[in-house]
Design a binder for this molecule. Structure first.
Ligand SMILES: Nc1ncnc2c1ncn2[C@@H]1O[C@H](COP(=O)(O)OP(=O)(O)OP(=O)(O)O)[C@@H](O)[C@H]1O
Ligand SMILES: [Mg+2]
Length: 371
């Protein structure tokens, strides 16, 4: 499978292996299909039409990442921290924890950053280290349900497809992972969905010790991503148990947030409009018009996604698929009403719709409200 074909189905590309990650990082950006008018659509032969629609299906299923203010801010912070961590090996590096609700784009933004980081490091330093090992600037591990310390160490070895990944104690696996990262000159170690780590009864002291060991011993910027990490005590200064390890982790870890879109102030409404305009540009439907999302559907889309980019993207993706299939070639309320969204958004919908209809709330910035 070519890397690009793999990317058209990210579900198959776990990105938890170095070769997959490289394919992801090296893949050229997708080409947006040309926008055709209704007349041009009619003129396409059956075969050409089927191909055009298939390319639109794939395109709409992968509309991203959009440079939202959240993504841009997060990237700025990540560059600051990783670059300031490029000091000599013996200094303890600062760690980062991205702690935010589900569906706000943590994984997407972090992967986009890791991609850039990988490309920059390889471009500047070459594919091989001075000692002739392959250079892997990034090691990324996505955790799954109830991972223990040993599984975490193993997952790091899995990334490198290390032959010794299947046997040994937690400590041995950890040492091998460290050796691997030293020889491949890993600079960023990203642990996604860290909330899946087994935190145990003792308020995560074991976890904390383990992360501290990684942060101390591995010459990497540790980038932790998850939901509710603060609640799990990752940053607790002098925890209930009077444990100072947690405090130490807290001191060295910079916590970054990813905000949802809000419409309670003018700034938020403007930001959201910019994002909708950017999204609109990427839609390939014959009857699309400027302002389709950003003006006409702004309130509607907010009530259906409540500021969560994940829910918004799902809705737009499904809506575009339906607009292509049904031949309506345009997004409007009627079509989108028939598209299902995730449970959480559907639940929040009714209340918001009522408020938007009663004009107690609006999602549009001021200039548009009067227009
Ligand atoms: N900047 C963006 N541009 C386009 N789409 C985005 C962007 N950010 C997120 N998305 C879309 O939103 C969905 C959810 O994003 P993502 O998986 O990154 O969220 P998350 O915060 O990691 O969620 P979870 O906590 O469930 O892992 C994805 O399908 C992704 O395609
Ligand atoms: Mg995620």
């Amino acid at each position: 499978m070519s890397p690009v074909a793999g990317l058209s189905n990210p579900g198959n590309l776990a990105l938890s292996k170095k070769e997959d990650f490289k394919a992801f990082a090296d893949a050229p950006r997708r080409q947006q299909p040309e926008a055709l008018t209704r007349k041009q659509l009619k003129e396409l032969g059956t075969q050409a039409r089927a191909e055009y629609d298939r390319s639109r299906r794939e395109w709409h299923a992968n509309l991203g990442p959009i440079k939202t203010p959240q993504l841009v801010e997060l990237h700025e912070d990540l560059w600051d921290i990783t670059d300031s961590n490029l000091q000599d090996g013996d200094k303890a590096k600062g760690a980062v924890a991205i702690d935010a609700f589900p569906g706000l784009g943590k994984t997407t933004s972090v992967l986009a950053f890791l991609r850039e980081f990988h490309r920059r490091e390889i471009a500047e330093k070459g594919e091989f280290t001075e000692h002739g090992h392959e250079r892997w600037p990034v090691c990324r591990v996505g955790l799954t349900g109830n991972t223990g310390m040993k599984d975490l160490n193993r997952a790091m070895l899995e990334f490198f497809e290390h032959p010794g990944r299947s046997r040994g104690t937690t400590v041995q696996l950890g040492r091998r992972a460290l050796d691997c990262m030293l020889s491949c000159e890993v600079r960023v170690l990203a642990l996604d969905d860290l909330h899946f780590l087994k935190w145990g009864k003792t308020s995560g002291i074991e976890v904390s010790n383990h992360l501290k060991w990684i942060a101390n011993e591995f010459p990497v910027t540790l980038l932790m991503v998850g939901v509710g990490l603060a609640d799990k005590g990752l940053f607790s200064e002098g925890s209930a148990a009077g444990d100072t390890t947690l405090a130490q982790t807290g001191r060295r870890t910079t916590r970054l947030d990813v905000r949802p879109f809000t419409i309670t102030n003018e700034m938020g409404r403007r930001e959201r409009k910019q994002m909708l305009l950017a999204l609109e540009q990427r839609i390939v439907l014959a009857d699309k018009y400027p302002g389709m999302l950003a003006n006409d559907l702004s309130d509607y889309l907010f009530s259906r996604s409540t500021g969560h980019i994940g829910s918004l993207m799902t809705l737009i993706n499904r809506g575009c698929q339906r607009a292509v299939r049904s031949g309506s070639e345009c997004l409007d309320k009627e079509l989108l009403d028939r598209v299902k969204n995730d449970e959480a958004s559907e639940n929040a919908r009714r209340e918001l719709e009522a408020a938007l209809e009663a004009r107690r709330l609006t999602s549009r910035p001021r200039s548009r409200q009067s227009a």
